[in-house]
Design a protein around this ligand. Structure first.
Ligand SMILES: [Fe+2]
Ligand SMILES: [Zn+2]
Length: 427
């Protein structure tokens, strides 16, 4: 009924709407109204349509004026609507809550620049409605699409990827528990190392549950998952996961079956009495670089093909899909490797006509992951807490005999990155 009503009012719209030479815009607009009609069946439809016409018309009228920002090295063109939307004056932005106050539907009426000037690193804009905005030019540059892409590229270039020898990593002062607990610079250094190298070790941590929890919480809040908040393997078999058993564990990332895999893993082996059980890490971003060089078609395929993983235990069935190599949608930088061959669900995301290609590319990646040269072997021992980037590093372990108590937790990506951003490690 709503759609019929909508159609009956359509003829009353001004002919200007239908003279629009941009057919695509016009179609999108009509589609949007059709949706509005369905969702707002209780409202007077004519009003809805006219309101949308007004908004669309207002957008059409505005001519973009480019503002050229110059400093020694760069020039940037800014659109007036973007500028007005990014005004940080008290009328437009709440500096206490860090939230915008402006109204998106009124934005374009206010986006005509009457005058602008630059001085002392500031851009002054006088708007046609008399509103005045002052912007810091470095802030403007770093908060545009162009600036953001450049920053993300710089951040990606700062990552130091490594092979199993870790030969290219600088020799670093050990991070000690006492300093990490009491000194913010040490804390900041923990975030820096995790971001740059994919892991950090914190030494001289007392091997008790309480001290392990204290250092864990000092770095970041623990995340609660199906495995609980603070977990312990080696003493219980609460969960139906290979990690809780004592066999060999091949290199993998965790949580490929979550819609968002936990960002970071924390391990503290608080007790070991037996044989074997050595751990190893593989830098997934290093492997990805190798794949890109060796077989760019495989790299491209595994960046797009969807692979579903699952985790099942009594009362639970997690399932989630995604590319093995996930990239940032804006900067296209590699953001995550999702590699867990054990947790793969039935392959329903690839047509049978394509499975040959899929397995060929997956094998190429798996072969690189298995290269002995890419594995960094070490022993997790009481006193050393390790934080690992689960979106970048793969972890594995030798089989063992005897008693091995491994405690730890996950940090969500959002929580840890928030800390790293707060400390200025990332933007
Ligand atoms: Fe694991
Ligand atoms: Zn303002």
């Amino acid at each position: 009924m709503g759609i019929l009503k909508f159609k009956s009012h359509l003829s009353k719209l001004p002919s200007l709407l239908f003279r629009n030479n941009n057919l695509h815009t016009s179609k999108t607009f009509l589609k949007f109204n059709l949706l509005s009609a369905n969702y707002c069946s209780g409202n007077p439809l004519q009003l809805q349509v006219w309101k949308m016409y007004e908004v669309r018309h207002t957008f059409k009228k505005i001519k973009p004026i480019n503002v050229h920002l110059s400093n020694a090295s760069q020039t940037l063109k800014l659109h007036p609507t973007w500028l007005r939307d990014h005004c940080r004056c008290p009328d437009c932005y709440n500096a206490v809550t860090y939230q915008r106050k402006n109204d998106i539907l009124k934005l374009n009426e206010h986006s005509t620049i009457s005058a602008h000037s630059q001085s002392d690193g500031l851009l002054h804009v006088l708007w046609s409605d008399g509103h005045k905005s002052i912007y810091s030019i470095p802030w403007l540059i770093s908060n545009t699409y162009e600036g953001r892409c450049r920053t993300q590229e710089e951040e990606a270039n700062r990552l130091i990827t490594w092979d199993g020898s870790m030969g290219n990593l600088p020799s670093l002062e050990p991070i000690l528990y006492h300093n990490a607990m009491h000194d913010d610079n040490t804390l900041s250094e923990i975030y820096r190392r995790v971001i740059q190298y994919g892991f950090v070790q914190i030494e001289q941590v007392p091997s008790t549950e309480i001290d392990t929890k204290m250092i864990i919480e000092r770095v970041c809040r623990m995340s609660r998952t199906v495995f609980g908040k603070f977990w312990e393997t080696g003493t219980n078999f609460d969960h139906m996961d290979t990690g809780y058993l004592n066999g060999y564990l091949e290199a993998h990332t965790d949580n490929t079956y979550f819609t968002e895999a936990q960002g970071f893993l924390v391990f503290h082996c608080t007790h070991f009495n037996g044989k074997g059980g050595e751990s190893f890490l593989v830098d997934g971003f290093h492997v990805a670089k190798q794949l890109k060089q060796l077989d760019p078609i495989a790299y491209d395929y595994l960046s797009k093909a969807n692979i579903t993983a699952e985790y099942i235990e009594p009362g639970e069935h997690f399932s989630s899909g995604g590319a093995i190599l996930r990239h940032d949608p804006v900067s296209h930088q590699l953001e995550q490797i999702r590699f867990n061959m054990l947790d793969r669900a039935p392959l329903t995301s690839v047509p049978q006509s394509e499975v040959g290609t899929f397995y060929r590319h997956l094998r190429t990646l798996a072969m690189l992951v298995r290269q002995k040269e890419n594995e960094y072997w070490f022993r997790l021992s009481p006193g050393t807490v390790m934080v690992i980037d689960n979106w970048r590093l793969l972890h594995g372990r030798n089989s063992y005999e005897g008693k091995r108590v491994l405690r730890g937790c996950y940090y969500s990506r959002s929580d840890f990155m928030s800390k790293a951003r707060h400390y200025g490690i990332i933007l």
